[in-house]
Design a protein around this ligand. Sequence first.
Ligand SMILES: [Mg+2]
Length: 146
Amino acid sequence: MVEVNKSDGQPEAGMALIIPNSNGNKKDEVSLPDLSRRMQEFATARNWDQFHSPRNLLLALVGEVGELSEIFQWRGEVPKGLPGWSAGDKEHLGEELSDVLLYLVRLSDICGIDLGQAALRKIRKNGIKYPVEKCKVSSNKYTAYQ
Ligand SMILES: [Mg+2]
């Protein structure tokens, strides 16, 4: 679980994520800068900054995407909400999703990219590429609407 450490109680800049806290009832918010800081502290404490090059982090990220893919491999189409999956399966899924997120956050940080702001810009750009009035209920690529 991720602890939230905010002196003013306000979310920091970037995208806020909701995760279960240790008591399993309430949920704490955590921002991408929170995760970035925690990853930096984790690496510094282990003297791992020397290994966290962009290339190494990208390859680690791809490896984690592979581990995430393995969970869905051979299951066929899976309904939303994952009905019938065991608690253990869902916990494993959450761990692999977290591995992907944490490497993505770390890679962005090492490359000097503000991931939250970049993601917000990308959502705005996608809104322009995929105008609601032209692409509602259509899965065509944006080039079909130009
Ligand atoms: Mg993993």
